[in-house]
Write a protein that binds this ligand. Structure first.
Ligand code: DOR
Length: 445
């Protein structure tokens, strides 16, 4: 990982001749001026009159930075897989300027003390902006109401063990009934998973993972979460939705206070991946069929699914090399998500403006993160310059994530980030990191 730390941090930055994707979806060739951490001018040509650093972005495209609303960065406690520094370096490379991180670290993030600890660590180590979920347990209802700042409450309805697993309807009902905060659910039915684990016991082909944690397991949990959300009109977000059945459910029954997300891997990979990359394709909820992928794409186009998250969940290659079912579930994603989606856009699967909406604008709106998710005067200068002309493969040796692998190795992608700017400061430029830059704690609501 190379760095260009000698560079002084400018208070003013002028990005010249970029193809700027504006909030209305139009593209304008012109200049963007930032001062301190804010966008102050957008115009076909800007004359800078104070000392300013300039970036020539001719032929390149300027987008608002990606906000990744579901990542697992493993610190504290699981730093052999990843930590807040390495993960945020991977973010900077992937164009992710803000992230929302999950509570299944060690200790779990379930009270003010553990939340404060994460915020403190992030302020010291993170090159990009950060926010954290608070995890629900069977006995932390007061913490779920009082902890601050947080983007919301995370409930693992399944695919979890120990304190973070909440699979009793009575307990779920109590959490949904109390307070107003956003509840984000990992929707898989643990009872069905347990039952099917017994039915498929002894099978070591990782492809069986998608049969054990099947579409029905996901649907049952999503149905329950939706029922409780409607009962109390409680703000609900369905994390990494993976099945055609859940998409069809929401297509017909999606209250205005419910949102859903999908991962690039559920859009772009399917169960055929197990034959190629084995346990590296194992995640929760599992990869599905080509039919599910197609329905998820359509749901995203139709606004049934609101935005995209990576569920970046790194495990070491050594851990992944264990035989199924001892191999852990999860795959990294922050370095490849934007290039994957922009490549899909260049293939005609969607537009660049839709990618911007799904990976930035809609996330900021949904989590009520002020002044982010668009290139507009007064907005935060979290910006990325991408190259939509050249294609380059995903190479293991170029990855910044500590786990050191990607399920997309060898994929030839475009839309790679040339420059990432966080709060008006260049944090990544042409393969090099500026490791002294620090992001800020996100505000919500
Ligand atoms: O595959 C997964 N792994 N899904 C999750 O939701 C959790 C994650 C992890 O933390 O490893």
């Amino acid at each position: 990982m190379s760095a260009f730390n000698s560079m002084s941090s400018p208070t003013s930055l002028l990005i010249r001749r970029a193809s700027i994707i504006l909030p209305n979806g139009e593209m304008m060739v012109g200049d963007v001026l930032t001062r301190d951490s804010t966008i102050v001018e957008i115009s076909p040509q800007i004359e800078a009159n104070s000392p300013t650093m300039e970036i020539d972005a001719e032929g390149l495209t300027l987008l608002p930075g990606v906000i990744d609303p579901q990542v697992h960065f493993r610190e504290p406690g699981l730093e052999h897989k990843e930590n807040l520094f390495t993960a945020s370096c991977a973010c900077a490379k992937g164009g992710v300027t803000s992230f929302l991180e999950m509570p299944n670290t060690r200790p779990l993030t379930t009270n003010q003390q553990t939340l404060d600890d994460k915020l403190q660590r992030a302020s010291q180590k993170c090159l990009v902006n950060y926010g954290f979920f608070i995890g629900a347990t069977s006995d932390n209802l007061p913490d779920l109401l009082s902890c601050t700042p947080t983007c919301g409450i995370k409930i693992f309805m399944g695919s979890m063990h120990g304190q973070l697993l909440i699979n009793s309807e009575a307990l779920l009902d109590q959490i949904f009934a109390t307070g107003k905060r956003l509840i984000a659910v990992h929707a898989e039915d643990q009872e069905r998973i347990n039952q099917r684990r017994q039915e498929f016991a002894g099978i070591t082909d990782p492809a069986v993972h998608s049969q054990i944690q099947d579409n029905q397991a996901a649907l049952l949990a999503t149905q329950l979460a939706l029922k409780l959300s409607k009962k109390y009109q409680r703000r609900l977000h369905i994390l990494h939705m993976s099945t055609a059945e859940e998409a069809e459910l929401l297509r017909h029954d999606k209250p205005s206070w419910v949102t859903a997300e999908v991962t690039p891997q559920h859009l772009l990979l399917d169960t055929s991946a197990y034959a190629k990359i084995g346990t590296l394709a194992q995640m929760n909820p599992p990869l599905r069929t080509l039919h599910d992928r197609e329905v998820l794409w359509q749901a995203l186009h139709d606004g049934v699914i609101d935005f995209i998250a990576t569920d970046h969940a790194p495990h070491t290659l050594e851990e992944k090399a264990q035989q199924y079912p001892n191999s852990p579930s999860g795959m990294p994603g922050v370095e490849t998500s934007l290039a994957l989606m922009l490549t899909a856009a260049m293939e005609g699967k969607c537009t660049i403006h839709q990618v911007v909406n799904w990976m930035s604008t809609a996330v900021a709106k949904s989590y009520q993160i002020p002044n982010k998710g668009a290139i507009a005067v007064g907005y935060d200068a979290d910006l990325i310059i991408v190259d939509l002309k050249n294609y380059r493969p995903v190479l293991r040796e170029e990855l910044f994530t500590k786990c050191g692998w990607s399920p997309f190795e060898g994929w030839n992608l475009t839309g790679w980030v040339q420059t990432t700017i966080v709060g008006g400061q260049i944090v990544y430029h042409q393969g090099k990191l500026c490791t002294y830059v620090r992001g800020k704690a996100l505000q919500f609501g």
